[in-house]
Each structure stands twice: as structure tokens, then as C-alpha cells.
Design a protein around this ligand. Structure first.
Ligand SMILES: [Zn+2]
Length: 290
């Protein structure tokens, strides 16, 4: 059942990602250079990327389907003759990892311990069992460095946020951070409580991201972000958390809290697949509800 929940979850992520205004539709997958050897891959359900090192290539995230992954590999091959040897996964959501079966076997696959655990659970589902061969081979709890020669890469996990195992990939030299789904510009962030994500953790992670010496941020579902975009995302969630906190302290119910924000009904009950509002997620977390 747990595996099934994960699959549904992946599909919901996909559905949400395809909603107009949430992200770009799937179109031609292409690589956009954002530094000398650093590329952002756009056109899939979720953005991905790759970094060309002295002798090898490291990819970031795997796309939603094996077909996306094949297009991504094609794009990399058109850009460089160096072999792809490493893959970093920012987190365990289906639109970032389910394409992994389209990658060659034998890669070094990096993820946080939390993301690996979530993937191992998800891959128990009958439809995803074939992906078990692609479970991360290198995991870390807080930080790890990858040496690609001239490019030094830092992997950082700042605690549960969007999921239990989000990874930020930071490149100190070009001052770029790949931040997975820790920021969604123009809408509330998603926090997957089922995966151990928390709003207080998301605040901590965004504060930690802003402490990095980065000035451009690649998120899963937006064009490249600036520092002020990340600051805006942090302020949005801080404001909502503090307002919900005072309502919880006043003994307000979930319905009363939602009304205070003008939220009429839970999107979860509005038919179709959707996630609860951020306010609901924060309320349940602060009120200590399951
Ligand atoms: Zn995600």
C-alpha cells in the first residue's frame, strides 16, 4: 500500500506540474548554458541539469520518464564527448527520478539518505520494481563533495523541507545552486508531509540556501531564480507560518484557520488530484496533528 501511495504521489506531482501556471508544459528538451560548463535542462516536467568536468559529466535529476531521460542523454551527447559517469538526485519525487530507468546502468548515483529511503519504498510498487537497479550508490546525511577536476561540487542537505531528503547542489565558483523543489515561484511551496517534509524545515533550508555564496538558483519548475526570488519565497512561508502559529495558539480549528486565509474548502476534496493548501500543511504540523 505504501508503494501504491508513492506511485499516486508521483502521478499527482506530475499532474500538478502540468497545471498551467505551475510549470512549463513538456516541450522540446534542451540544454541552456548557465556557466562555462554548467547547463540547465528545460522542456521536461521538471528542470534538470548537467555539469561537464575535466574528464566526465555529472547529471542532475533524471526526468519523469525513460523517454525524457533518453532526450536528456541525447542533449548531453550533443554538447560534449565526455562520458556521463555521475547522477545527483535532488529529491525523490517522480517527476525528478522516475526517468532514471532511461539512464545507463553502472552510474554513481548520489542522493541524501532520506531520498534513498523514499526511493527504496517507492520502488517496491510493482510498476517501479525495474528501477531498483538504480537506487543511489552514494548517500550522505549533511554534506558531501564531488571532485570533477576543475569543478568542485558540494552536496548539502539542510534537514526535512519539501521532502525528508532534499539535496542542494552548490557550485561555489560560478555561484550557482541547484535547489530541486525547495522554491516554487509565483505559488505556495509544496510540502510533502507523507514524505516527512515540514514547513519549519523549509524555512531553515531556505535560510541556509541564502547563506551560500550563490547568486543564481535552478529550481525544478521555474526559470532561473535570483537571490531576491529566494528571499521572497522565504518571506511568504515565514509570514504564513507566523499567522498560522498565532491562530493555533488562540485555539482555532483547522476550518477557522483556513477561513482566516480565505480558503473555502480543501482542494483535496474538490475532485481530481490535488494537494492540501500550504496553510493546512502548516496548521497540521504546528498543531501536532498526524
Ligand atoms: Zn518535488
Amino acid at each position: 500500500m505504501k508503494g501504491l501511495t508513492r506511485i499516486i504521489f508521483g502521478l499527482i506531482s506530475c499532474f500538478m506540474a502540468m497545471n498551467p501556471g505551475f510549470a512549463q508544459q513538456t516541450s522540446a528538451i534542451k540544454a541552456e548554458p548557465i556557466a562555462d560548463n554548467v547547463f540547465m535542462i528545460t522542456g521536461g516536467i521538471a528542470n534538470a541539469g548537467f555539469i561537464i568536468g575535466d574528464k566526465e559529466v555529472l547529471a542532475i535529476d533524471a526526468g519523469m520518464t525513460a523517454d525524457d531521460a533518453a532526450k536528456m542523454l541525447d542533449t548531453i551527447k550533443k554538447t560534449t564527448e565526455k562520458p556521463l559517469t555521475k547522477l545527483v538526485l535532488t529529491h525523490s519525487d517522480g517527476d525528478h527520478i522516475n526517468g532514471i530507468g532511461g539512464f545507463p546502468k553502472g552510474l554513481e548515483i548520489y542522493a541524501s539518505e532520506g531520498a534513498r529511503k523514499e526511493m527504496a519504498e517507492a520502488f517496491e510498487a510493482p510498476q517501479l520494481q525495474g528501477l531498483k537497479a538504480y537506487l543511489p550508490t552514494q548517500t550522505f546525511s549533511e554534506k558531501m563533495e564531488i571532485d570533477l577536476g576543475s569543478e568542485r561540487i558540494r552536496l548539502l542537505h539542510f534537514g526535512p523541507a519539501h521532502t525528508s531528503g532534499d539535496t542542494v547542489l552548490f557550485l561555489p565558483e560560478p555561484k550557482i545552486a541547484f535547489i530541486g523543489d525547495l522554491v516554487f515561484l509565483g505559488r505556495d511551496p509544496l510540502i510533502h508531509r507523507q514524505k516527512g517534509g515540514t514547513s519549519l524545515g523549509l524555512i531553515q533550508s531556505l535560510q541556509a540556501i541564502l547563506e551560500l555564496d550563490a547568486d543564481r538558483y535552478v529550481a525544478g519548475h521555474n526559470a532561473i531564480l535570483s537571490r531576491s526570488d529566494v528571499e521572497k519565497a522565504l518571506k511568504n512561508i515565514q509570514d504564513k507560518v507566523s499567522k498560522v502559529q498565532s491562530l493555533v495558539q488562540d485555539g482555532k480549528s483547522l476550518d477557522e484557520t483556513k477561513k482566516a486565509f480565505g480558503i473555502e474548502e480543501s482542494p483535496a476534496k474538490a475532485g481530481g488530484f490535488s494537494f492540501p493548501s500550504l496553510v493546512e500543511v502548516i496548521y497540521l504540523e504546528l498543531a501536532g496533528k498526524k
